[in-house]
Design a protein. Structure first.
Length: 327
């Protein structure tokens, strides 16, 4: 047992070193905001569009800048590219009143309404939406239509909304924290290679499909989606996830499922033969959809000790970045 603990400790310090080497460079004056820019469609603010507010931020930025967005529906397609540097906070008034929306559906990458490709990003009280396919009556009017792409280390989302139908939330890469968010969709609507914790989130299934499609590709790949105290409901029916790659990892802990969750729970998809490599698990979940008696036989059963490795601190916040970001 002692040796096991030592090995695990070594393993975690190795992961920490990896983060220091490959992770985000910290922002200057870590927890202070250098200045705030305001956006309002009705005037009286610095800018009337979020695009222009972002354009005013110099490239290679490394001090925290807040963009405060007044209520409104902003029809804009935005990409915060890598050369912007990082350290941006986007804050709306409330996710139900401050909405960024677009309706592209060309492909997964260029359909994205709001793409964040920098490290160190915070969003609060704002909804990211891709409206394509939501109102469609049949599948010919549906396609990949991403609302948000999170591609960078240290992204935190508080009380945000992610609304779409297929591929809503592209949790692409990096350590991400989603707290008290609302996520709506039907097909693979939380997908990618992110290393993420979703806490107290509300997931609304609006069709027949799959909640997650995680793409962890090897045992060395740190990615995975951990849902804790989340609530899954809706009008459709869905599996909790399907394996997008051979080592896909998705874990629901202390969450509540309505009967929207299919009895079999999970789908191997194109990863036949990798059932034992995939980590799909449920721990201490409740509600009518949480009965695991008819689940696929290859789900993982986690013990308390393993579950601890998936708490926010151990899984994504080893260096305490979450509380270092300014409010
Ligand atoms: C935003 O507006 C305020 C008040 O008019 C002004 O002091 C500030 O310089 C403006 N900031 C930018 C980035 O335009
Ligand atoms: C975000 O919205 C919630 C209500 O949905 C509100 O209680 C909270 O104060 C807002 N946070 C900020 C920072 O405005
Ligand atoms: C989007 O990507 C598709 C193929 O991936 C391409 O055919 C299309 O021209 C692109 N559209 C835009 C607007 O970039
Ligand atoms: C789920 O989404 C549908 C479609 O947008 C909406 O009508 C419904 O109110 C949502 N449910 C919840 C609980 O938010
Ligand atoms: C299971 O979840 C309940 C809340 O639904 C919580 O009170 C309890 O502590 C959890 N049990 C374990 C073993 O984690």
């Amino acid at each position: 047992m002692k040796l096991e603990l030592l090995l695990i400790a070594l393993c975690f310090s190795f992961l920490n070193v990896r983060f220091l080497l490959s992770g985000a460079t910290d922002c200057q004056n870590t927890s202070t905001i250098a200045y705030t820019i305001t956006v309002s469609q009705s005037g009286g603010a610095n800018f009337t569009t979020i695009t222009n507010a972002l354009n005013s931020i110099p490239s290679d930025n490394n001090q925290w800048i807040k963009i405060l967005v007044n209520p409104g529906t902003y029809k804009e397609q935005i990409a915060i590219q890598k050369d912007k540097g990082g350290c941006i906070i986007l804050e709306g008034n409330d996710r139900t009143t401050t909405i960024i929306t677009f309706d592209n559906h060309f492909s997964t990458s260029n359909s994205t309404t709001f793409a964040v490709d920098i490290d160190n990003f915070v969003a609060r009280n704002i909804t990211f939406k891709n409206s394509y396919g939501i109102e469609a009556l049949d599948d010919t009017k549906r396609a990949q239509a991403v609302a948000l792409r999170s591609y960078g280390d240290k992204h935190a989302f508080y009380s945000c909304g992610f609304v779409g139908y297929q591929d809503t939330l592209w949790d692409y890469q990096g350590r991400h924290y989603f707290k008290s968010c609302y996520i709506e969709g039907a097909v693979d609507f939380i997908f990618g290679n992110g290393q993420s914790v979703y806490k107290h989130c509300s997931i609304n299934v609006t069709g027949g499909g799959y909640i997650t499609a995680q793409s962890r590709s090897s045992t060395n790949d740190n990615s995975g989606f951990v849902f804790r105290k989340c609530h899954v409901s809706g009008t459709g029916h869905a599996d909790l996830g399907r394996a997008y790659d051979a080592f896909a990892r998705v874990i629901f802990i202390d969450s509540e499922f309505s009967k929207v969750v299919n009895p079999e729970g999970w789908f191997i998809w194109h990863q036949n033969g990798h059932e034992s490599d995939v980590t799909f698990a449920e721990f201490n979940c409740t509600g009518p959809g949480s009965d695991t008696s008819k689940r696929v036989p290859w789900i993982k059963k986690l013990d308390h000790f393993t579950v601890k490795q998936y708490d926010t601190h151990a899984f994504i916040n080893q260096d305490g970045w979450i509380s270092k970001q300014p409010l």
